[in-house]
Design a protein around this ligand. Sequence first.
Ligand code: MSP
Length: 495
Amino acid sequence: MKFYITTPLYYVNAKPHIGHTYTTVAADCLARFYRMREYDVFFLTGTDEHGEKIATAAEKENLTPEELADRTSQVYKDTWQKLNISYTKFIRTTEKQHEEIVKKVFLKLYEKGDVYRGEYHGYYCIHCESYVIPEDEKNPICPDCKRKVEKISEPSYFFRLSSYSEKLLKFIEESEFVKPDFRKKEVVNFIKSGLQDLSITRKNVKWGIPCPIDKNYTIYVWFDALLNYLSGIGYLYDNEIFEKYWPADIQLIGKDIMRFHHIIWPAIIMALGLPLPKTIFAHGWWIMGKEKISKSKGNVVSPDNFINEYGVDPFRYFIMREVPFGLDGEYSEGSFKKRYNSDLVNDLGNLLNRTLNLIEKKCDGIIPDTPCDDKIINLTEEVFENYKRKMEKISFSDAIEEVWKLISFLNKYLDEKAPWRETTENPDKILYSVIEGIKNSSLMLTPFIPQTVEKIFYMLGIEGKINNNTFSSINKRVPSGIKTGKREILYPRKK
Ligand code: MSP
């Protein structure tokens, strides 16, 4: 089974902030989840490097657009490495291969009649790189970013978006394409309000892929960038890879770029005669004081401070756990610390520490030879089934909550059974069962906190003995008779 997942391509005019890391960490968690289910996963991410916005940002810094793109795409790569992002390919839209494919697609659609030459009259928002229809003609502002927009009139090449309205509506209404479900209506209404053909060339933008049929134009940056999802897996140049992975299984985006992904993108794919992606999931925003966290609002939260203070896994854990994926979430350092101390330090870290201390005292640090308590086996089965279902539905915080049912149970089980008391019967079985439960909770947490799980496996002494890369290890009991590893505090408490 294959699984193809993508993130949007990030603009190179700004460094990554918490919002950008959100989409990518989420994609990474899904990629790891499906790998653990033994799917053949292709995970694509990268940078969006053309267009007016990038050219202007470069000029401000006295750089060429190429220099800015080289610099920022490297910062993205470094950030992804730091955050342990297991992408298969990092694509840059300035790569030759991608540029060639974009030109080929343009030509293909032109020859087919889905791209034609016309005249554009209307407003253009530089910030959104988009032609827009302002609500108020007297004070024309962009309906998306609320910035002032300019009126322009120019000949242009258009993509026949309007002719796909009916087909799009039918597809969206009958499929799982638009997720979460509550977003579907918005997309349907937008299509019903009437789609206009989309201008896909720019006359005055020099920093872009040259239009293959008219040297006076470059290709519109969104048309160029969207095609990365095809070019990144070999469309029109490596048929074997393309046939293997297309169509995309899950494409993750933020809710601000839904129109491009839920309307324009499927229409382009229809025009190319390709099968459509299964799901494009739009997540919510990280906000601060009711405003979206963004460079232009000047309220960016860099992931670096948190990673340096708390570590990579707590950061990944927090952003996936705190807010239901799909809704907006208010960001605050206080909530971060609270989650860290309660979930990671208390529930998980203490459980491990207590159990290993007891194994040391009661069993000389050797995993005892005894069967596992059926209660824990049964609860694990139930939790695992629910966890899988929630992950498949891209409900990260619910999936983690499921795992926490097991972790909370293990804490309670240990408190109630009190294997440290001399009068407790069969303390070995209690301790062994908790170890088995920790191993299984850890496996389910691997997509979120992979480095931590490696540490836990090492401390349990099962590193290399139980494979932490596959969920089939849930059914493999922790071997008895092995020595537990060197203990350390998993997460130090923060004041
Ligand atoms: N370059 C386009 C995407 C082209 S895809 C073919 C773009 N880039 S972006 O850098 O502006 O944003 C990339 C992603 O980051 C989007 O999914 C966006 O929603 C996400 N986020 C940026 N700020 C965000 C928050 N404050 N919160 C959550 N995610 C947000 O759009």
